[in-house]
Ligand binder design. Structure first.
Ligand code: GLC
Length: 476
């Protein structure tokens, strides 16, 4: 079976992972120096959010040069060293590709090659996902489209030059040895007629991905791509992972699911059915760099922490592939009280602060020690809470009950599986078995008697499974 069908993939947000040169911003040498953490955790691959040359208006999702490393993150030689070290540790590496838009500092836009962008004499009613109109006027009086920030002009995929350029960018990174790509806003590339209300998920995108699949398949070593397709029904998302297109798509329905047994079971069944219909692996995710962290999302304080741990064991027990976002394995909370003056997310800025935005899940990781910057660089680009000493990797390594050790144990005990069978269980309990494991998650109010001793539990259990707890048991 191909590796990506059951892989655990760890997302790194380079600005906030590890800082080797101590300037307060994470960098590629920092990642390389900390790869042991990921090998020890037991993941199969890592996905790097963008590290390309960028004015960093949107944290690097505004790319000015797709073939170079931004100096704040290091150099191409640093990237090669990272890749070599990761491969040496048995970790695959997936890089982010941002094909929906470039930075306005990209030479194409900066030099006025506007036929490569979506430009119109008359703007329509489309809104930017970061707030406000999606059109900004150019000096010649025409308008260019930006579904995100004005510093992120949307590319015109009707122009063959754009297609050829991205084919070449894919080859550039594949030639360097990357194992695949995460495709940013994969459902946005092709725009509908300007009279349409809805802009995403146009049928024309699939032809692009069929071309990309041919490129990926022309390289040895099971290269893959995972699509970001949000706000789209599972049957439509499945079209991106047809056998001749991309390999995986993120499961935003699962990410956004409330802590509700019926809703979760419905989403799990729909996800399994949609993936099986096209022969793709189901995928699961409970956090990423765009969403509030699960510990905070699932409820304040202790209930949130219990549920986030239970959600993690539920996710890692499911068949298919799963994504872990940096810091999730440390049980980090969302930092909600960052002062306005340190926030940089365009979502926050463009909404005039009415949307808190995504800075709170991007606070640099705490590695060791008792006070900020906890082994990150001094003066970190977002301040870490002073009370994060108990969350450091160092502290959690030493604590058998830590969230870090829960994730480590789960990844050690996990058996890659392709299918799931539901077992009967009382109201509020989800119980299923995969090839080797029996998984029970109690999302209800009452305790449930366990058929046998668990091999792993998200919270302490006796002979019963308490609320907000997931256990794994060996099958007979
Ligand atoms: C994706 C990224 C997000 C970024 C946006 C625009 O949704 O995950 O971080 O802001 O695309 O590139």
């Amino acid at each position: 079976m191909e590796w990506w069908r059951t892989a655990i993939i760890y997302q790194i947000y380079p600005r906030s992972f590890a800082d080797a040169n101590g300037d307060g911003v994470g960098d590629l040498p920092g990642i390389t120096a900390r790869l042991d953490h990921l090998a020890d955790l037991g993941v199969d691959a890592l996905w790097l959010s963008p590290f390309y040359r960028s004015p960093m208006v949107d944290g690097g999702y505004d790319v000015a040069d797709y073939r170079d490393v931004d100096p704040v993150f290091g150099t191409l030689a640093d990237f090669d060293a990272l890749l070599a070290r990761a491969h040496g540790l048995g970790l695959r590496v997936i890089v982010d590709i941002v094909p929906n838009h470039t930075s306005s500092a990209h030479p194409w836009f900066a030099s006025g090659l506007h036929d490569r962008y979506v430009v119109s004499d008359t703007p329509n009613q489309w809104q930017s996902l970061f707030g406000g109109p999606a059109w900004t006027q150019l000096p010649d009086g025409s308008w260019y489209l930006h579904l995100f920030d004005p510093a992120q002009p949307d590319l015109n995929w009707g122009n063959p030059d754009v297609r050829a350029e991205f084919d070449d960018i894919l080859r550039f990174w594949l030639d360097r040895g990357v194992d695949g790509f995460r495709v940013d806003v994969a459902h946005g590339l092709v725009k509908p007629d300007i009279a349409e209300l809805s802009v995403f998920d146009q049928d024309g995108v699939h032809e692009i991905y069929r071309g990309w699949r041919k490129i990926l398949d022309s390289y040895p070593g099971e290269r893959m791509a995972v699509a970001e397709v949000f706000d789209t029904a599972p049957d439509r998302v499945a079209r991106y992972v047809a056998a001749d297109e991309l390999h995986q798509a993120f499961n935003f329905d699962f990410l956004e699911a409330p802590w509700d047994p019926d809703e979760l079971r419905r989403i799990i069944d729909a996800s399994l059915a949609a993936a099986a219909g096209v022969g793709a692996p189901p995928t699961w995710v409970i956090s990423n760099h765009d969403r509030h962290r699960p510990v905070t999302r699932f409820g304040d304080g202790i209930p949130g922490r219990r549920r986030a741990r239970a959600a993690a064991l539920l996710m890692l027990g499911l068949p298919g592939s799963a994504y872990i976002y940096q810091g999730e394995e440390l049980g980090l909370p969302e930092v909600l009280d960052l002062p306005a003056e340190v926030r940089v997310d365009p979502q926050f800025i463009r909404s005039g602060g009415t949307a808190l935005g995504r800075d709170g899940c991007r606070v640099p990781l705490p590695w060791e020690g008792d006070t900020p910057p906890f082994g990150f660089g001094a003066g970190s680009w977002l301040p870490q809470p002073a009370d994060w000493a108990a969350f450091t990797v160092e502290a959690q390594r030493a604590d058998a009950d830590s969230t870090l050790n829960l994730y480590r144990n789960a990844l050690r005990l996990r058996r890659p599986a392709a299918t799931l069978t539901w077992r009967s269980a009382p109201d509020g309990v989800l119980c299923f078995e995969t090839d080797r494991l029996l998984v029970a998650a109690n999302l209800g109010g009452s305790a449930f008697t366990l058929p046998r001793e668990p091999v792993l539990a998200s919270s302490p259990v006796g002979g019963t499974l308490p609320p907000d707890t997931t256990v794994w048991m060996e099958k007979d």
